[in-house]
Design a protein around this ligand. Sequence first.
Ligand SMILES: *[C@@H]1O[C@H](CO)[C@@H](O)[C@H](O)[C@H]1NC(C)=O
Length: 547
Amino acid sequence: MESNFSPPANWWPLSKVATGVILVLTLYTTACLLSLRKIHPREPPVVPSPVPLVGHLLGMALQGGKYIKNLGLQNPDLPIFTLPVPNSRIYVVTDPPLAAAVQRASKALSFTPIIPEVTKRVLGLDRATVDIARKNMDPGPNDERGFLADIQDMVYTWLGPGNSLTDLTIVAVQEVRKEVAAYAGSHQADASSGKPVDLLAWVRHIITVSTAKYLYGPENPIALHPELEDAFWDFDHGLGALLINIFPSITARKAFSGREKLSAALVEYLEAGRHKTGSKLIQKRVELALKHGWTLRMTARSELSFLFGGIVNATTSTFWILLHLFADPELLATVREEIEPVLEENDEAARVSGEPKFRLSIGNVKDRCPLLVAVYRECLRLGSDHYSTRVVKENTLLAGRYFLKKGAVIQIAGGTIHGHQRIWGDDAATFNPRRFLDKQQQQQQQQQGGYRTKPKQVHPAAWRPYGGGKTLCPGRHFAENEILSLLVLVLLQFDMNAPGGGSIEVPEKNDRILPVHILEPVHRVKLVISRRVDDRAVNAADIDVVM
Ligand SMILES: *[C@@H]1O[C@H](CO)[C@@H](O)[C@H](O)[C@H]1NC(C)=O
């Protein structure tokens, strides 16, 4: 017998490769189990990723906004779930009542802590400015009010229903009307000879130019430097990359350079005092920023965000609505029949004094054109995949049921909520504006040879293109007024056709990006835009839009 023990060479029955595989599998399983672990028994169910630890981050990086939206759609029974990420958690809410609960819990679940960092990256604010922005962001009734609190109050007041909203709407619609009329004046083409136009670019130009004008006055940066229109859209398309903020001048080159050009022009604009010819809203914003100690240069940068707010969603929403209407001749005809009776003829006296032939009240459009409003709502539902993001400021029991850990992030997944069959029915993925009509309106439509769909009551937080709670968009009334007016002006004067005739195809939306606004199509749509050949056609120039 040998005295010194050495294990036989083949004591371990498996090969090196098999051992390696087993080792990796064991580690992998352990990692998976660990990442499945709840950190509190009442934490929302954990949705694992095939790649533990970083899998969800990877998914988001590779698939953009689509990743979390699809996780939600694939787990229709989970109203809320947990995504484990290194050192933290992301909670995802996909259920409207629970979304409303998040919105109500605005003390513990707050968006405000995120604002300074986001605006710093996106707008390129300096440290001193961000420090000012961080002060007293969420003041109580007796605290001193910081810049953000002041500016939010002001904007909500000015854009809430009332005189200032009316004034701004009227000025805006006049500018929009001028742009539409100018296009009609410079393009006499008929449907057969006209050159195809990129519809998104067409809408973009109208809205960019008119928004810059009604907000910033006739001497606004884009009017003085028309090439800034492209710079603006470069900035918009690189917003996600600017947010990531790793050497943005290299990794987000076009967006960065667009932003810098626009900022420089806005500095020049403020230095020359041209904002005094702009809207009162802008004058107020500038005044508040300076009062809180912002420099003129940084104030100019912050105006870029407001210009952005005024342009981007109005543009993409209007694009989708026009496209869907002109792609469906029957729908278009019905909508036009709704609009035509709303147009009132101005009387002789008014006309003699130089007023346009017709008058159109936006209030009447909202009241008397239910199908048009339904198309608007349906396009916003389908186009908006946005996330309402909040930081969990303290350990919280949401709706008395779900434990949320301090420091984590909670997101209401708008794209999932807008796409859930549980909420919208089997046709959730399809364009069906009539889902927004009430019973009586649907019956009227049916009598006119229309449709049959079951009206479905949805929770108020289920339609959320404007967000909700404390982050509900202050510009929503204004945006609706502006978009509906623009639609009416275009629908009464123009036709749009597929080049070479035939039906118009509606592309999918591009949902792979970070959804910072209503999503754009995966590819451009070119249409022939021509004057309407119809004795009911009305020129935009002949319509006076009123509230
Ligand atoms: C635009 O709409 C999206 C989606 O509905 C929303 O998340 C975003 O905050 C809006 N952006 C602006 C600038 O209004």
